[in-house]
Design a protein around this ligand. Structure first.
Ligand code: SAM
Length: 354
């Protein structure tokens, strides 16, 4: 049947109002689920049915909820992730140069954590770090490396009056500190501490170039140059899936053949699709630990779009779905032989050796 313009616009209006009604119903359903979710016994969440229910809720939240960029970050945020990076770079020869880009570096906590971990373990490596964020203000702050150790309590009043700034962090409606995952020994190793100020030690600031840049820009890879390791963590989840997918493909171009991409904090469907399409090889070592290594992301599931679902090795696609680290390009460390991208098989993941 052909529609006249009038019929056509009526059909469109009907579709729109139907989708408005659907959205409204889903919002009500999610509101109810948020109110009652905490009443569900913890053991149910560990059962296959409980996990399926969680995945269903998060799927709706991702489709119908809003996403917002955030500058929230933590020092030593995901320890297994740092340990895996150390192991992968431990195979570099004495004194080798290593280029690392940290994309979406926010206030610098991730960059300084990486440098602290790698320089403590391998002081001989000549690390060259490029740290990039889309916000110039944030990049300048990160480069200065001077933080205020305000107690969370002292900021609570500002939270109530709405006077917090981007330097403060709210995670699941709770004010949190960037330092909360550090022991006092680690604080002393990383910072010069003076009254309420923590200043990054000079040895951790060496050979870092701080840049403003947009990871979604097609010129991004050309401008930054290729890297041995690219870290692109916890910013793609704040984008709509189509934008995140395009951005992830763009970021992948930064990695040298045989180099590694660390990418967590992204919708698992988006990451799996890109990894499959581009034949990225998942790194098997510590896969489960890295996936579960960031407590806020684990606790945020399923009621937040940025939460990560529990690791589930019953799924046929688990070896790629839960991989946060991929080797990209041509060199296979397994066999020492050279593959073309087309010969890569994502179902033959890499196992690293110490
Ligand atoms: C939640 S923070 C993540 C910080 C850090 N990567 C971590 O894991 O702790 C997200 C950061 O991504 C940055 N960002 C968002 N979109 C970006 C883009 N297109 N290019 C570069 N940085 C971006 C934001 O400015 C923000 O500082």
């Amino acid at each position: 049947m052909f529609l006249t313009p009038d019929n056509g616009s009526r059909a469109m209006l009907e579709r729109h109002s139907k989708s408005r009604i659907v959205r409204f119903c889903i919002k009500l359903y999610l509101l109810q689920a948020r109110r009652t979710f905490h009443l569900i016994p913890a053991f149910f969440g560990r059962l296959a049915l409980g996990q399926a229910y969680g995945r269903h809720l998060q799927d709706l939240i991702r489709r119908y909820g809003e996403r917002n960029q955030s500058h929230a970050t933590f020092f030593l945020r995901n320890r297994p992730e740092l340990e895996l990076m150390r192991r992968l770079l431990n195979r570099k020869r004495h004194g080798a140069a290593v280029d690392i880009a940290v994309v979406a570096c926010s206030k610098g906590a991730e960059v300084y954590s990486i440098v602290w971990k790698l320089r403590s373990a391998r002081p001989d490596l000549r690390l060259r770090i490029r740290a990039v964020d889309i916000s110039q203000e944030v990049v300048d702050f990160a480069a200065a490396g001077v933080y205020t150790i305000d107690s969370v309590d002292s900021r609570k009043a500002l939270h109530q009056t709405g006077d917090l700034t981007w330097k403060d962090q709210i995670v699941r409606e709770r004010l949190v500190s960037m330092f909360e995952r550090l022991t006092s020994q680690e604080m002393n190793e990383m910072f010069e501490l003076e009254s309420d100020q923590a200043r990054i030690k000079p040895w951790l600031k060496e050979r870092i170039t701080w840049l403003r840049g947009d990871a979604a820009d097609p010129e991004f890879a050309t401008a930054l140059g290729v890297q041995d390791v690219v870290v692109a963590n916890r910013f793609l989840c704040h984008m709509e899936p189509a934008a995140a997918e395009a951005c992830l493909r763009n970021v992948g171009r930064l990695v040298k053949p045989g180099g590694y991409l660390f990418v967590s904090g992204v919708d698992l469907e988006v990451r799996t699709k890109v990894a499959r399409d581009l034949a990225w090889r998942p790194v098997m070592e510590m896969m489960r630990e890295v996936h579960q290594g960031d407590s806020s992301l684990i606790e945020g599931w399923p009621l937040n779009y940025w939460g990560v679902e529990p690791f589930c090795d019953d799924r046929s696609d688990w070896k790629i779905r839960y991989a946060s680290v991929f080797q990209i390009g041509e060199l296979s460390y397994n066999t020492g032989s050279i593959f073309t991208n087309a010969q890569y098989r994502a179902d033959q993941p890499i196992r690293t050796k110490e």
